[in-house]
Design a protein around this ligand. Structure first.
Ligand code: TRP
Length: 326
């Protein structure tokens, strides 16, 4: 059976960009293959951070993932730092990763340009990501487009390691991306990808009032100034959110109303708010139940870590043998 692995940074509360861009797809895929999902807290320390905040964000992320529908009875959810083999394998992969490939990563180039002092973790981040995936010998990795380059590097690493140490049996499979069906979700400013650091998000667990207070002023088609101006749905971020949350018939109706100036943007946003409610109500309810069940959340993570430690130990035994560390 195929094995799926994916990871998410503990950035705190999930927002609808994370949800539509990754997590919703995980929730569907968990029923199609053996699935392992990881809160990658070791990845999160490449930027400056506060230990207490990391603790809180890890917990919030776990709660958000479970509320969104990751079912610990079906898939495995765990925290990366609970399985030390991730960093062990990452060190080993250092020795088969070409420096040039790391320097070519667009995410490295972007981040290092923006930072005053660049730590080595920013550069080697994708090596740890390759270790995450290959430690479980996963064949499929559901991700958004922005991770394709990192995944390509994971395949390079698997190939190089196999060529060096596992010529006979291709010990590590080359992991293939499974792209999220939703295209990348822009923030409410309509300018940048929805992300916590840009402050343009809607939290997955926010109340209907909070959501409306963000949707109401959200940027739409910039050419639509008056209500009587016909709009172009395809250039409007609200329309893209409709595609993610509204039933197909509504999406069609929205497109017609927008392009004929039948509706103003506020009308359109009201319908979106309703569609979002239908999807978010059960998620919010699960989150409320989980907040009262800390032991349940901790228990799911502990069970996940136990299972992953067993799998990780087994992979490392194979790695150590083939590399002469046994
Ligand atoms: N780099 C990924 C991101 O920022 C997170 C991640 C870490 C990941 N390890 C992974 C994703 C392994 C998929 C598989 O979104």
């Amino acid at each position: 059976m195929a094995r799926i692995f994916s990871g998410i940074q503990p950035s705190g509360e999930l927002h609808i960009g994370n949800y539509l861009g990754a997590v919703k797809n995980w929730v569907t895929l968990q029923h199609t293959a053996e699935s392992i999902f990881c809160i990658v807290d070791y990845h999160a320390i490449t930027g400056s951070y506060k230990p207490d905040l990391l603790r809180a964000r890890r917990r919030d992320m776990a709660l958000g993932l479970l509320a969104a529908g990751i079912d610990p009875a079906v898939s495995t959810l765990f925290v990366q730092s609970d399985v030390p083999e991730h960093t062990e394998l990452a060190w080993i992969f250092n020795s088969v990763t070409p420096l040039g490939e790391l320097e070519r990563q667009t995410q490295f180039k972007d981040k290092s340009q923006r930072m005053e002092s660049v730590n080595a973790g920013i550069l080697t981040y994708p090596i740890l990501q390759a270790a995450d995936i290959l430690l479980y010998r996963a064949d499929r990795v559901p991700v958004g487009e922005d991770q394709l380059q990192h995944l390509e590097l994971s395949r390079v690493i698997a190939r190089r390691w196999n060529a060096e140490f596992a010529r006979d049996d291709d010990f590590f499979p080359e992991p293939q991306p499974v792209l999220t069906p939703t295209r990348r979700i822009m923030g409410l400013d309509g300018q940048a990808k929805m992300s916590k650091s840009m402050g343009n998000t809607i939290g997955l667990l926010e109340s209907p009032e909070e959501i409306w207070s963000k949707l109401r002023p959200a940027v739409t088609d910039p050419k639509r100034i008056k209500k009587t101006d016909p709009g172009t749905p395809e250039v409007c971020n609200i329309y893209h959110l409709h595609k993610a949350f509204s039933p197909p018939a509504t999406v069609e109706h929205v497109a017609v109303q927008c392009s004929t100036a039948g509706w103003g943007c506020i009308d359109c946003k009201k319908v979106l708010a309703e569609s979002m409610e239908s999807e978010l109500v059960p998620i919010r309810a699960r989150a409320a139940a989980l907040r009262d069940d800390t032991a349940g959340v901790d228990g799911a993570l502990a069970a996940g870590a136990d299972r992953c430690r067993t799998l990780a130990r087994e992979t490392m035994r194979g790695v150590r043998e083939r590399m002469g560390f046994d």
